[in-house]
Unconditional design. Structure first.
Length: 233
C-alpha cells in the first residue's frame, strides 16, 4: 500500500518558526480504552453477585447488584461516545495523510462498528439496572423475564470489542508494513491481538477481545499522542 504525507506541522524551535504542537486527539482513544475496561470487566453485572460467578442459573438472577449494572451502563455509553469521537478524529487527521492506505480506513471502520455493537451490550446493562431485583421497575418482568437480560449480559458488553481488534490489525499493518506508525506500537498491537485470536480458534469464546483490546487502546493511542508516529507527527 502506498501513502502520502502532508507537510509537517510547525518547524524547528529557535529557527524563527513555531514549534510543532502536541497532538492530543488520540487521547480520546486512550480514554475510551480505560473507561471501556472498567465498564466491561470491572463493572460486569456479575461483579456484584454473591456466590459462584460462573453459575448463571435462574436462581442467580436476583443476586445481581443493580448498582453495578447502572454504573456499567453509564460508563459504557461514555465509552461508545469516545469511540465515535476517536473514529471521527482519525478520519479527519489521519486518512488525508495516507490516502492510499486501506489499513487506515479499517481503523475508523472498526471503531465505528465497535461503537454500534457496544451500544447494545451496554444498553442491556442499563436494562438490567431497571428490571433487576431492586431496580425501579423490578416488577415489570417475572424472574424468567429478568433471566433473559441476565443471559444477554453474559457476553453483551464483551463481544463488540472484536471490532476494535480488527481496528488494531489495521494499526499493526500501518506500523510494520507501511511504517506510518511507530514500530513499537505495531509489535505491542500484535502481542495484544494474539491471546484473543488464539482463544477464538481454540475455545470459541466470543468476548475475549474485551480482555486485551481496552488495554491496547489505552497504550497505543497514548503512544500516538506522545510518540513520533508519522501520522501524528
Amino acid at each position: 500500500m502506498t501513502y502520502t504525507e502532508s507537510a509537517p506541522v510547525g518547524g524547528r524551535a529557535g529557527a524563527g518558526e513555531a514549534p510543532a504542537r502536541r497532538i492530543l486527539w488520540p487521547l480520546t482513544g486512550a480514554a475510551a480504552g480505560l473507561l471501556g475496561l472498567v465498564s466491561t470487566v470491572f463493572l460486569d453485572v456479575r461483579a456484584g453477585q454473591s456466590g459462584d460467578l460462573d453459575e448463571m442459573t435462574i436462581a442467580k438472577v436476583d443476586d445481581i447488584d443493580v448498582l453495578y449494572s447502572r454504573l456499567g451502563f453509564l460508563g459504557g455509553f461514555m465509552t461508545v461516545a469516545l469511540l465515535l469521537v476517536t473514529a471521527a478524529a482519525w478520519r479527519r487527521h489521519v486518512e488525508p495523510r495516507v490516502p492510499g492506505s486501506t489499513a487506515a480506513r479499517v481503523v475508523a471502520s472498526g471503531l465505528n462498528a465497535a461503537a454500534g455493537a457496544l451500544t447494545l451490550g451496554y444498553g442491556w446493562k442499563g436494562a438490567m439496572a431497571i428490571y433487576g431485583k431492586g431496580g425501579p421497575e423490578d416488577d415489570a418482568f417475572d424472574q424468567q423475564g429478568r433471566y433473559v437480560y441476565y443471559m444477554l449480559n453474559d457476553f453483551g458488553a464483551w463481544i463488540g470489542w472484536f471490532a476494535v481488534l480488527v481496528a488494531a490489525g489495521g494499526i499493526a499493518w500501518m506500523a510494520l508494513r507501511e511504517r506510518t506508525v511507530s514500530r513499537w506500537i505495531g509489535w505491542f498491537t500484535v502481542a495484544a491481538m494474539l491471546p484473543p485470536v488464539v482463544g477464538f480458534v481454540v475455545m470459541s469464546v466470543p468476548g475475549l477481545g474485551a480482555i486485551t483490546m481496552p488495554i491496547w487502546m489505552a497504550v497505543a493511542f497514548t503512544g500516538l499522542a506522545l510518540g513520533k508516529s508519522t501520522i501524528t507527527r
